[in-house]
Each structure stands twice: as structure tokens, then as C-alpha cells.
Design a protein around this ligand. Structure first.
Ligand SMILES: *[C@@H]1O[C@H](CO)[C@@H](O)[C@H](O)[C@H]1NC(C)=O
Length: 999
């Protein structure tokens, strides 16, 4: 039953309805009139290949036979046959059916069959990486029926082979994430087969980068005898790379930038480069490594003089000639241009004319080395990374056939897309994108922190704006980004089947394929992934600190923790439910990221509470100190578990430090966050009991600098509350001020106040009790009412301790005919997707990107073109809201629109903007990303990406009453996540207030 449940559409278990991820299905596990047997009744159909086909195809055919064996337990025979005079060699006598694999124009076997059967291959012939498969009759003398797998070119055939393997039951991640093969005793293909046209993105690849410590330490153990390559010590030899090549091909990717920081692909292992080509991988080098040579490593080893073309062309030029000669026999894309040593900008004074000279010389080298071949036919790429984009903006141009590789900001926000005037270059355009980074404002490379809805939003724009020649993804250590890497490659392979509303179904399908889960279990996994990536992308784990989330307002830290706690429970239940064979894969792909994220967040929040409790003289300080210590140990235990599963297969893969960064670069070890302890034997000076109300850092009785500005002799706390506080209550914590046990009662002088619980016992083993305060509004007239809550503590041998809290209840009432968001707790908070009206203009309307961003989702004008509008004329959304108060009672409100970080992707000539309007006041338009110098981001950008939000602040007049807020489209590709209208009481927290009550 676990069969076939891999679809975008999970259909009935009959052939032809189900789909592999991002691919049509042509596999069945029971026979029908329209199936062809692969393995049936314990017998496998032979596989035939042609000796003159590509070696990479031969190799993939071996994988197919082995995959079939792992799925069914029966190994098909794999045979080379040469079709000469149309007779089969003697060893095939008796074979009446076969699987026949080959490449058009390369496999004489396939060409012969196409000729014999008059098979129509016009749909794939000459089409880059396309393929078809189907059953044919009488393809060869003696063979009555065959299932042919035909590629238009080398990778077309290889992809078709792996496409079948995946549908048979072999995950692309069977080795890299230990996903068990799904077993079937009977295996069939549909007679009509599968086919695929050319992928949308021509080169789809990944970049192994910043590989120290995790990938490098792991590979050193796994693939070397502990020493690494002779000249560099690199562990990245062909044993490592062939694993990468195979994975890429199984993911239908084709392009690779190899690890570079302490290794040199072409030097470390002389088999690396030929094997890449043999497998069918297109090699490149990163944005800062021209002419297929590793920089800085190879230059440090073999270069003479400085890495400075203006002064040292005599040595750099021949260095590049060697790179071109070495790469000439193999399929590759040459990086052109140059950066400074160590991936730094070219130094001062090295200007556009020098860079143009460099590119000219590189092309001269290519055309010389390639024997005067037309240089425009050699694939080349110029990466517009950081300052290099500035050179482009300042007017530098390269030859039309060189692909312009646009980049993101290293935080997943593409800086610039091709403009209409840039669309017709023969070299086209591409994108260099990051899932992992070493760089400011903070490295992020420990754990998965990229949201698929965001990747979808950015890369779909790349498709629309025709940046489709090359997509290269910086994947750091490759693990633990397995699923999101596959999404990137799958999307570039065929974007037509994905949209904002079905991105999550990718995760569901993936979870079904990897874990043989039911769709209900797979949906749970999708929710877990969404939770973890939302949490880790709204603020990268490396940026967390003890007060990232508010400990006093909106129950923010608590809710964050609750979310992760729930995820932890669900993940553990699933983990416990899977077979022991499945556990390593589930651990790596789901359980570890969930538990590691939860543990780290829990530790930081516990550290924050610990620090706060200490300042409040509460005995529970010490419990939180213990919790931080044990979570710090738990963090290590999870790392160790990752390193020890499967007898240490992944030892070191989680080496990355991730706690207590003190600047952008990684700390040298994980350090426990600072914690405090209070003296547990000693009673706090004001007595046994501590009272700490929600909404304040202070505690009573006694002195505390947060009680009032003076810090001593302060009045009791005044707690305010109204009818539309989203939580419907507030709380007051009763805590121990020392070792003496006591009992307490909570009471008030009014009947409309409810306290729950109204009494309790506090002792060192039960050092806290949270008392919730709510109001029976039916007993109150509209307006303000006052009460006093009194906490009385009774302890043996001590006088009665009595602590008052003032309470102000504000009964607010909206007219019956009002529908919309109602002010509560000092403001109105609205998730952008929760619109009251949505108006389409020129076919453009605001649509939701489900799961996008920090809280619920984002909305963006769709479809996205180049068209912009003056404020008040474009597509709009409206929100009805009701206010009771205003800032300083002056009729004013402040509106903060939480925008996703979006760079000026249409260039500085058309910066992104948003326009807001309240009622019929004039719309206010904000160009919310400051312009920056060419090749730069504005200085404030670091804080935007660190917080994963751009707050746009406008002031309007909105006296008490009903109002309408309108958000107008001005520019395309802007995303609104949340809107907060401050009527005077909004407190500053990481995520802003929770959504207001909507009536
Ligand atoms: C088929 O022939 C090719 C070329 O000689 C060889 O590389 C390959 O290993 C052979 N395959 C099998 C299954 O014998």
C-alpha cells in the first residue's frame, strides 16, 4: 500500500494517475492491459544498452539495474548489444522482450530501433535534455516487445533512467539521506511511458561552499585515510565527488561549482575533472574563480606575484591559459571577470576598463586554446556579484554570448532581474542564490532556514523575467538542506506545474516518497517543515539571543516556544512510528531539524527568563538556570546523535558552531548563554512573595528599576485591559522570593473581576503560580472601571505580606453594523491576507503567498509584470477597522506595514514602493528601500535581512470610529505580511502584536 503514494495528486493505486515529484508517472505495481513488466513473478526483463552510447548513460544503466534489484530483489541482466546485420548475439536468444536504453544519434542500437519501428521521436530530437519512453513492438529481430528509454542527448537519457528509478522506489537521497528503498515484488511501466521536454532552466546546479567545518571534516573521515590531497589537504577527491555527481543527476541537475576554500577540484584528484564529464556533469567555478581554476587555492600554490591583473598580467594570463587547457576536453561553463584575492572586491583603482580588458583577454585565451573555435559557442558566465554588479550599473558590458549571472543579496533576495531591454542577449541571464552564507550581518550555515514559499516567489520571478540560462544554488555543506535543494532543482526543471498554492504539496509529496507516509502523515511533515523554516528564517538561529522575542508582551516568547514544542511532539510521534530502517532518514530530514531548532530556541528563551527572573529576585531563576544548562547539553546530544547514527556515517556533518555569535563570523566553539543564580537559601529583602504582572519587567514588592523611573518607593503596578485584548485575559505571576514556603490568596474589591486560581501554595519545588485575570464585561457599563487586586501571602513565622495591583478595565463596544478588525490592547493588528475587499486593475490583483514570511503569509500583486501605477490607481486591498483611542488622544494613528525585504529588482530607476490610504485622506507612498551606490545594498539593509522584515511607517488621522485602510499597488513584486495600526498602546516586540479580534 505504501506504493505510488508519491503524487502531487495522490490518486488511486492504478497506473497512470500518480506522479513523481514534479514529473508525470509511468510506473505501476500491478499489471494491466497497458503495462509492460519490469519485474514480474520473480523474473526481471533484460536491459539492453549499446556499447557506443555515452559512458555516463552506460553507468546510469548500471544504477537502474541495481535500483530495480533493491526494489524487487531481482536483478535484471544488463547487456551491451551491437546491432550489426540486424541479428542479436547468441546470448540474447530466447529474449523476447527487453528494456532498451539509449541516446538518439549516439546509440546505434536506439537509432536502429527508431528506424525499424518508425517510432516518432520528433518531439525530443535535438531538444536539450529531453526524453521519452514507451513500449514498442518488434524493435529488433526476435524481440517482440520492448520498453525503450530514449534521450535526446546524454543527460536526457540519464534523467529518464533516474526518473524511472525514483518512481520504482529509489529516492534520489538513498545515499545522501539514507532513505530506504521502497520495495515492490511486481514492477511495471505503462506502455505509453513518460516524456519530458527541455527543462526551463538550462543549467541547474549547486555550489559547495564554506565547507569548513562540517562538510570538510566529514569528508576527511569518510573519503580519505585522514590526510587529504597532497598539495592542499583537501578531502574532496573523486570518491566524494562521484557521490555528488550521482545525486545531481538523480535530482535532474547538471551543473556544479566545487568546494574551493581549501581545495582545488582539478588538482586535488586528477580524476575529479574527467569523472565529472564522464558522469555527465557540467563543471564550473564560482563567481570569483575565473577560467576554471580554484581561487585562492590554486593561485597560492602555483601563481607568481600578486593576484592583480594591472601589475601582474604576465603571470596571471598564462595561469588562465592552463585552466582553459585543462578544462578543454570536458563540458564546462567558464567564469569570466575577476575579483580580488579571497573573494574580496578588486582593489581601489581597478576599474571598469581593466575588467573589460580582463574579459577580452580571457576570451582570447579561450579562442586560442579551443583552436580558434568561434568563442561565442563556448559557454561563459559573468557573475554580477556585489561590486561587479556596480560595474555593470556603471556601464560595463561584456560580449552578448556571455551569460549574465545576477545574484541575490546572499540572504535569498535577488538584487536585480533582467530588464526588458536586457532580455534578448544570446548568452541570456541566470541567478546565483543562497541557502547558506558566511558573511554579514551573520553567517547562517548550521541548519535549514529557508522557506520554500520564498524560494518559489523569487525563482518564479526569475522565470518570468527570463533569468533561466543558469541557476546555481549555494548549499554550503549540502546537508542539511536536502528537501529545499530538491525543490530548487525540481522547480527549475519544470516550473509550469508549481504555483503559490501548491508549493506545500511539494513537501507532502516529498514526505510520501521518502518515508512511505500516508497523506495525513505527510501533511504533518509539511507542517513541521513549515514551522521550522518559518521560525528559522524570521530570524536565523545564529542571530537568536535571550531577548529576541518579548518575555513580557503579547506572550511572544511563549507562543514561539509553544509552536516549536508542538512541532517537537508531532515529530517525535512520527519518529517513533517509523520502522528502524526508516529512522535514520527521518532523523536527518525531519526529527533533527525540529528538535535542534526547538532546543536552541528553548535554551535562548530560558536564558532570557532566567536573566529576567534574577532581576526580579525570584527563586525560579535557578530552575531556569538548570534548564539552560540541560538544554545546552541537549544541543550537544542532538549533534552527537547525528554524528553517531549509522555507525558514524555522518560524523562531523553537524560540526558547525551555532551558539553565542559575537559578530558576523562563527564563534570558535559553542558557548552557553550567560545565566544567573539567586542565593537559594536567602530570602529576598521585601519578603517571601514576588508579584510580576504581565507587561512589565518589574516585580513587587521592594525596589526594582523597572517599576518607575526612580526605582524605589514606586506605586503598585497598574494593569490595563479592554474588551478586545486578543488573549481575553492577562496574567500575574506569584513567585517565591526565597526558600520559605507560603500560601497565597488573590482577591479583588469588585465582583466583575475573575482570578484563576485565586489561591495557591508556593515552595522551592513549586516556585511559581500564574494567576489569570479576566473580566465579566456583562457586569460593566461601557467605559472605564477600576479595581484593586490584592495578593496576600501567609508564611510560617512571618507577618502577612500583602501586595496590591491596580486594575483598569475599559469596556469598549463596537456598533452592531460594523464588521472588521477592532482595536484592542492599544492598537489594531492585521495579517495582510485577511482583506475585506480586493480590487483588480488591468488584470492584476493582490494574491496570497501561503506560508510566506514571519507570521501567516504575504500578499503581492499578481501577475507580476513591469507595470507601475500612481498611488490610488493600481490594484488595491482594503481592511475595515475600528478605533477607540488615538495616539496622545490627538486623533492620530501610526501605521506600520511589515514588508518582506525586497530589493529594487527593476533597478534604481524603478524602486519598489507601496502606498497606504486611510478613508479618503491622501494616499501616502513610500519608496521603502533606500537607493544605494552601484553594486551595494543600502546600509540599513543588514537590519532588514537580519529581522527578515522592512517596517514602513506612516501617520494618519483616524479619530475613534470606523475606518478603512487601503493598500495600493504602486510597483510590482512587493510583499505585505502584516499591518499594525498603533492607537497609542502598541509595544515594540519582534513580531508585533498578535492579530486583533475581527467582528
Ligand atoms: C558496454 O560497453 C561499454 C563500452 O565498451 C562499456 O563501457 C560498458 O561497461 C559495457 N556495459 C556492459 C553492461 O557490459
Amino acid at each position: 500500500m505504501a506504493v505510488l503514494l508519491r503524487g502531487i495528486f495522490v490518486g488511486l493505486l492504478c497506473a497512470g494517475v500518480v506522479h513523481a515529484i514534479g514529473q508525470a508517472s509511468c510506473v505501476a505495481f500491478q499489471s494491466s492491459a497497458s503495462t509492460f513488466p519490469i519485474v514480474s513473478k520473480g523474473k526481471a526483463t533484460n536491459i539492453l544498452v549499446s556499447p557506443d552510447d555515452w559512458p555516463g548513460v552506460q553507468r546510469a544503466a548500471f544504477d537502474l539495474a541495481s535500483d530495480i534489484q533493491q526494489v524487487t530483489g531481482v536483478k535484471p541482466t544488463l547487456t551491451n548489444i551491437t546491432v550489426s546485420s540486424s541479428t542479436l548475439s547468441s546470448d540474447l536468444r530466447g529474449t523476447t522482450s527487453a528494456i532498451i536504453i539509449g541516446t538518439l544519434g549516439k546509440s546505434s542500437l536506439i537509432d536502429q530501433i527508431v528506424n525499424n519501428t518508425k517510432l516518432d521521436v520528433s518531439s525530443v530530437q535535438g531538444q536539450w535534455e529531453s526524453f521519452l519512453s514507451k513500449e514498442v513492438e518488434n524493435p529488433l529481430p526476435g524481440i517482440q516487445s520492448a520498453y525503450v528509454i530514449i534521450g535526446a542527448d546524454k543527460r536526457g537519457t540519464i534523467y529518464s533512467i533516474y526518473d524511472h528509478s525514483e518512481q520504482f522506489g529509489q529516492s534520489p537521497w538513498y545515499w545522501w539521506a539514507d532513505v530506504p528503498t521502497t520495495q515492490h515484488s511486481e514492477l511495471f511501466v505503462t506502455s505509453s511511458g513518460c516524456s519530458h521536454a527541455s527543462p526551463a532552466v538550462k543549467y541547474r546546479g549547486l555550489f559547495l561552499n564554506d565547507e569548513q567545518p562540517a562538510l570538510q571534516n566529514w569528508a576527511m573521515v569518510r573519503f580519505t585515510n585522514g590526510t587529504g590531497a597532497a598539495l592542499t589537504g583537501s578531502p574532496f577527491n573523486h570518491f566524494f565527488y562521484t557521490k555528488v555527481f550521482e545525486l545531481l543527476l538523480r535530482l535532474k541537475a547538471n551543473y556544479l561549482w566545487p568546494a574551493q576554500w581549501s581545495s582545488a577540484f582539478g588538482v586535488d584528484d586528477l580524476q575529479n575533472q574527467p569523472l565529472a564529464d564522464w558522469y555527465g556533469i557540467v563543471m564550473g567555478t564560482s563567481h570569483e574563480e575565473p577560467m576554471m581554476r580554484s581561487i585562492p587555492v590554486e593561485w597560492n600554490l602555483f601563481g607568481v606575484g600578486p593576484w592583480d591583473y594591472s601589475s601582474n598580467k604576465a603571470n596571471i594570463y598564462p595561469f588562465w591559459v592552463e585552466g582553459a587547457e585543462r578544462a578543454k576536453p570536458y563540458e564546462g561553463i567558464f567564469t569570466v571577470g575577476m575579483r580580488g584575492d579571497g573573494d574580496l572586491p578588486l582593489s581601489e583603482g581597478q576599474d571598469i576598463s581593466l575588467l573589460e580588458q580582463i574579459v577580452d583577454d580571457q576570451r582570447t585565451i579561450l579562442s586560442t586554446v579551443f583552436n580558434e573555435t568561434d568563442v561565442t559557442t563556448i559557454p561563459q558566465m559573468w557573475c554580477l556579484y556585489q561590486e561587479v554588479e556596480g560595474f555593470y550599473d556603471d556601464g560595463m558590458r561584456v560580449a552578448d554570448d556571455i551569460t549574465l549571472l545576477w545574484t541575490d543579496d546572499t540572504w535569498g533576495n535577488i538584487r536585480r532581474y533582467p530588464l526588458p531591454s536586457e532580455l534578448n542577449r544570446t548568452g541570456g541571464a541566470g541567478v546565483y542564490y543562497h541557502y547558506d552564507l558566511v558573511g554579514p550581518p551573520r553567517d547562517y550555515k548550521w541548519i535549514t532556514s529557508t522557506q520554500l514559499p520564498k524560494v518559489y516567489e523569487q525563482m518564479s520571478l526569475a522565470i518570468e523575467r527570463e533569468a533561466t540560462r543558469i541557476w546555481i544554488l549555494n548549499v554550503g555543506d549540502l546537508k542539511p538542506y536536502e528537501m529545499s535543494i530538491e525543490f530548487f532543482m525540481t522547480y527549475g526543471w519544470d516550473p509550469t506545474i508549481w504555483n503559490a498554492d501548491n508549493v506545500n504539496s511539494f513537501v507532502v509529496s516529498w514526505a510520501q516518497r521518502e518515508f512511505d507516509f500516508t497523506s495525513a502523515q505527510a501533511s504533518q511533515v509539511a507542517d513541521l517543515i513549515a514551522t521550522v523554516t518559518r521560525h528559522n528564517s524570521r530570524n536565523k538561529p545564529e542571530l537568536w539571543n535571550a531577548t529576541t522575542y518579548s518575555l513580557t508582551d503579547y506572550r511572544e516568547a511563549e507562543l514561539v516556544l509553544q509552536d516549536l514544542q508542538n512541532a517537537s511532539t508531532v515529530a517525535t510521534n512520527l519518529y517513533n512510528s517509523v520502522s528502524s530502517a526508516m529512522k535514520p532518514a527521518f532523523f536527518q530530514l525531519v526529527q533533527h531539524p525540529v528538535q535542534a531548532s526547538f532546543t536552541l530556541a528553548n535554551m535562548w528563551i530560558a536564558a532570557g527568563i532566567n536573566n529576567l527572573r534574577a532581576s526580579q529576585a525570584r527563586l525560579s531563576t535557578n530552575d531556569y538556570a538548570d534548564q539552560v544548562e540541560s538544554l545546552f547539553t541537549q544541543d550537544w546530544n542532538l549533534e552527537t546523535e547525528y554524528h553517531t547514527i549509522l555507525n558514524g556515517k555522518w560524523d562531523h556533518m553537524m560540526d558547525q558552531t551555532h551558539v553565542m555569535y559575537y559578530y558576523w563570523q562563527q564563534p570558535m566553539t559553542d558557548t552557553m548563554p550567560p545565566i544567573s543564580r539567586v542565593q537559594p537559601q536567602k530570602q529576598a529583602l521585601p519578603g517571601v512573595m514576588r508579584i510580576s504582572p504581565e507587561g512589565t519587567l518589574a516585580a513587587w514588592p521592594g525596589d526594582n528599576p523597572n517599576q518607575c523611573s526612580q526605582g524605589y518607593n514606586c506605586p503598585p503596578f497598574t494593569m490595563t485591559f479592554d474588551s478586545f485584548v486578543p488573549f481575553g485575559n492577562r496574567y500575574i505571576d506569584v513567585g517565591a522570593g526565597g526558600p520559605a514556603p507560603f500560601t497565597f490568596t488573590a482577591s479583588s474589591n469588585v465582583s466583575w473581576l475573575q482570578l484563576s486560581p485565586a489561591k495557591g501554595s508556593i515552595s522551592p519545588s513549586q516556585p511559581e503560580q500564574r494567576v489569570f485575570v479576566s473580566v465579566d464585561w456583562s457586569q460593566l457599563p461601557e467605559g472605564v472601571a477600576f479595581a484593586t487586586i490584592t495578593f496576600d501571602a501567609t508564611a510560617t513565622g512571618q507577618p502577612l505580606l500583602s501586595v496590591p495591583v491596580s486594575f483598569v478595565a475599559n469596556k469598549t463596544v463596537v456598533p452592531d453594523d460594523f464588521h472588521g478588525f477592532v482595536e484592542g490592547d492599544g492598537g489594531v493588528s492585521i495579517e495582510a491576507a485577511h482583506t475585506d475587499r480586493n480590487t483588480t486593475v488591468d488584470g492584476i490583483s493582490w494574491v496570497e503567498l501561503p506560508g510566506y514570511g514571519r507570521t501567516v503569509s504575504g500578499i503581492t500583486p499578481w501577475p507580476r509584470g513591469y507595470q507601475n501605477y500612481t498611488a490610488g490607481s493600481g490594484a488595491s486591498v482594503e481592511y475595515d477597522f475600528f478605533t477607540f483611542n488615538t495616539v496622545d488622544d490627538a486623533g492620530n494613528v501610526t501605521i506600520t506595514t511589515y514588508m518582506a525585504p525586497t530589493l529594487n529588482g527593476l533597478g534604481s530607476g524603478q524602486p519598489v514602493a507601496i502606498s497606504l490610504q486611510v478613508d479618503d485622506q491622501a494616499p501616502q507612498t513610500t519608496y521603502f528601500i533606500p537607493l544605494a551606490a552601484p553594486g551595494m545594498e543600502p546600509p540599513i539593509w543588514d537590519s532588514f535581512v537580519a529581522n527578515s522584515i522592512v517596517p514602513v511607517i506612516n501617520s494618519f488621522v483616524a479619530p475613534p470610529g470606523a475606518h478603512t485602510l487601503t493598500v495600493w499597488m504602486v510597483e510590482p513584486s512587493v510583499i505585505v505580511e502584516k499591518i499594525v495600526i498603533d492607537t497609542g498602546g502598541v509595544r515594540s516586540t519582534y513580531l508585533g502584536p498578535p492579530e486583533s479580534i475581527r467582528v
